[in-house]
Ligand binder design. Structure first.
Ligand code: NDP
Length: 434
């Protein structure tokens, strides 16, 4: 805390890891001897830069850009870029820190990184987005590359932004380095099923948790927060597996449709028209809209999938979910539950899937995109989806086994943290003090 003052989200992410690792570190002194945890908490590199750009009226603006290159023990830094006004050093560091363990869990050769800007894409024209992303990439391009650091999307960064950034990188380098970014359009080196991967992977993971208890998604009532990339494809897969999704949200509020969410309509509103979620009611007047985000957790459900942003479920919301009989919670977003909320779930026998395991499908398919780019090949949707499903199963079993081995059977927070940590820590020790 002394070295990283005012970085509340980063402290929260680090505390969770510390708490999980206590018994493991006590049993394995080699990690303490090599001071691995303390080395892991210090980013290998943190880059902060200015992003000047001009709006459509000719006004000159400036935002702050970030890239944290946290840990490269397992491979090139890998992690998304977030454009949202709340972005700060603390947010980028918590995301980058989590990414180290998540990427390790995927079994793919990727290190941990993250980046973004406090730029707010809401209400900006297409040309403003293009000018901003080009300026952002002008600086970022000095620090990334297919074997160095490979960014992707996150909140506020989708296929359009990746396309503009890729174009600018190509122009600056004078070379076509397809593997420098993932989440690209299919026509220029993107992977099929990358768009769906985080949401689908989230539901594959939840399905594994349920199966282990002899349960399934069939006929379960599901509440999802957000209506962005992760949420939409989590809803799609949950519906495909027979669940009824009754609610989703955006930062203005949430909709409740007791007949089940019409996903085609949500996709059109969000992916094509950039509309607010309350517009859903124009075509489905039987649905209800409520302002504010937290209320979405008051809707009774069997399965809750927080897929919007950090700390969106506090202990009050967690207690309401429990009293309404929630069976399973799968974190599609990064750190959506506060530490207190996680305790509420674990103390009430809710099947709880932590973000770094549950939402790892996105970065796993990004690593598959890198592999396809290196081999100059392209796999079918079915091939990528099958690999994703296998990876999610593996992450579940690896995390479960680690929880059993280290004395907290069934606690996937502890299991995922230990399994993710061990692989990175072993690689760091093998590579020496550098
Ligand atoms: P998108 O920008 O596509 O969607 C984000 C959604 O969450 C939108 O509906 C947005 O509403 C809502 N939201 C964002 N910020 C807030 C906020 N402060 N309060 C309430 N609602 C908010 O992002 P993604 O779907 O890509 O990302 C969602 C989460 O999943 C993030 O935590 C991200 O880090 C995580 N994640 C994403 C991966 C990916 O592959 N995309 C991979 C792994 C994790 P509005 O439009 O009104 O802002």
């Amino acid at each position: 805390r002394r070295r990283n003052p005012n970085e509340q989200e980063f402290h929260q992410a680090v505390k969770e890891i510390f708490d999980s690792l206590v018994p493991f570190l006590a049993e394995n002194p080699v990690y303490r001897k090599n001071n691995v945890l303390e080395r892991m908490i210090e980013p290998e590199r943190m880059i902060t830069f200015s992003v000047p750009w001009m709006d459509d009226e000719g006004n000159v603006k400036v935002n702050r850009g970030f890239r944290v290159q946290f840990n490269s023990a397992l491979g090139p830094y890998k992690g998304g870029l977030r454009f949202h006004p709340s972005v700060s050093a603390s947010i980028i560091k918590f995301l980058g820190f989590e990414q180290i363990f998540k990427n390790s869990l995927t079994g793919q050769p990727i290190g941990g990184g993250k980046g973004g800007s406090d730029f707010d894409p809401k209400g900006k024209s297409d040309t403003e987005i293009m000018r901003f992303t080009q300026s952002f990439m002008t600086e970022l391009s000095k620090h990334i590359g297919p074997d160095t650091d490979v960014p992707a999307g996150d909140i506020g960064v989708g296929a359009r932004e990746i396309g503009y950034m890729f174009g600018q990188y190509k122009k600056l380098r004078g070379a076509y380095e397809a593997g420098v970014l993932t989440g690209k359009g299919f026509e220029y080196g993107g992977s099929l099923a990358r768009k769906e991967a985080t949401g689908y992977g989230t539901v594959y993971f939840v399905d594994e948790m349920l199966k282990d208890k002899g349960l399934s998604l069939k006929d379960k009532t599901v509440v999802v927060s957000g209506s962005g990339n992760v949420s939409i494809y989590a809803m799609e897969k949950a519906q495909e597996l027979g669940a009824k999704v009754v609610a989703c949200s955006d930062s203005s509020g949430y909709i409740y449709d007791k007949n089940g969410i019409n996903l085609d309509l949500v996709k059109r509103l969000k992916e094509q028209e950039s509309k607010r979620i309350n517009e859903y009611l124009n075509e489905n007047p039987q649905a209800e809209f409520y302002e504010g985000c937290n209320g979405v957790w008051t809707i009774p459900c069997d399965i809750a999938l927080p897929c919007a942003t950090q700390n969106e479920i506090d202990d009050t919301s967690a207690k309401i979910l429990v009293s309404n009989g929630v069976i399973a919670v799968g974190e599609g977003a990064n750190m959506p539950s506060t530490l207190e909320a996680v305790d509420v779930f674990l103390n009430n026998n809710v099947l709880f899937g932590p973000a770094k395991a549950v939402n790892a499908g996105g970065v796993a398919v990004s690593a598959l995109e890198m592999a396809q780019n290196s081999g100059r090949i392209s796999w079918t949707f079915e091939e990528v989806d099958a690999k994703l499903k296998e990876i999610m199963k593996d992450i579940y079993s690896t995390s479960m086994e680690a929880s059993e081995k280290y004395g907290d059977a069934g606690n996937l927070v502890v299991g995922a943290n230990i399994a993710g940590f061990k692989k990175v820590a072993d690689a760091m020790i093998t590579q020496g003090v550098i």
